[in-house]
Design a protein around this ligand. Structure first.
Ligand SMILES: O=c1ccn([C@@H]2O[C@H](COP(=O)(O)O)[C@@H](O)[C@H]2O)c(=O)[nH]1
Length: 277
């Protein structure tokens, strides 16, 4: 069985270094002329799948926008995941889960066990109950070729107070997360299956990403103000591991499928220019 790192490396080589989010904000549904209900959600998600799933390496549904419609919204998430995977896109579900270890095991089986209805290629996880509490996720991901992206330095301004606080040994909280994930990826080729989330908005924070040997998901581009050029400042010598992530910047171009594809071509070209440096 291939690891998530191997599958991600191939997808990025074939389709380019890009993750596009499916974030059906109420405002976007309105902009697309869709009702703010389950039918609107379904049509939104199907349009994104039809336009992008056969060309973007990673698609990242934001679970919150599906969950807000209850069981029927989660049902649409389930069918969206299936459609995306059928078109060859890797699915990274943005759920930011984290809890005590025994509960994390249940989250892991919900998303990373291939027999589950919400099985995806990778999920996002929150480390604030301790990176060690996420061990059941790491173990199930490794068993089934899945991936986990752990929050390290998030794109929102409020994150810094927690993430850049100093621990007893002088490292920041974020650096301890970075170091623990680096350990998990040690020796993996071509790249490890355990990623970090590092916002493109954060500037040069002086964190050491050089030993991560795993993918660095970079949200915050476009709608949150960061540009592809900012990736240079944030990631420095680790640029080759960056997976830029855009949601509204691309989705604002819809619902026309050709316009969505043109938006993807534009942001991908911007990112390639920077990541090729
Ligand atoms: O640090 C983080 C972690 C996750 N996100 C998520 O990414 C998208 C960003 O959407 P945009 O429309 O491109 O701003 C969204 O789903 C966030 O929950 C993040 O922004 N920052």
């Amino acid at each position: 069985m291939e690891s998530f790192g191997t599958r991600l490396h191939r997808a990025v080589t074939e389709r380019g270094p890009l993750c596009v989010g499916i974030d059906p904000h109420p405002g976007l549904l309105a902009r697309w002329g869709l009702p703010d209900d389950v039918d609107g959600l379904d049509r939104f998600a199907r349009t994104v799948v039809g336009a992008l799933a056969d060309r973007v390496a990673v698609v990242k549904p934001q679970s919150a926008f599906f969950e807000r419609f209850g069981a029927r919204g989660v049902g649409i998430l389930e069918s969206t995941i299936r459609q995306l995977r059928d078109c060859g896109a890797l699915v990274l579900l943005d759920v930011k889960r984290g809890d005590i270890g025994s509960t994390v095991a249940a989250y892991a089986s919900a998303y990373l066990d291939p027999s589950g209805p919400l099985h995806v290629d990778a999920i996002t996880a929150s480390p604030y109950l301790g990176v060690g509490s996420l061990a059941p996720m790491f173990e199930l991901a490794a068993t089934h070729g899945g991936g986990v992206f752990v929050l390290a330095l998030t794109s929102n301004p409020e994150g810094a107070a927690v993430q850049r606080a100093r621990t007893a040994d002088g490292r920041t909280v974020a650096q301890t997360v970075i170091d623990e994930i680096s350990q998990l990826n040690r020796g993996a080729e071509p790249i490890g299956s355990f990623g970090l989330v590092v916002g493109a908005t954060i500037g040069d924070t002086g964190h050491d990403l050089s030993k991560v040997n795993g993918p660095l998901l970079a949200p915050g581009l476009g709608a949150q103000g960061a540009t592809a050029a900012d990736l240079r400042t944030v990631f420095g010598s680790s640029l080759s591991s960056v997976l830029p992530s855009y949601s509204r910047e691309v989705l604002n171009a819809g619902p026309d499928e050709a316009a969505l594809r043109a938006a993807v071509d534009r942001v991908l070209a911007d990112c390639r220019d920077v990541l090729a440096d």
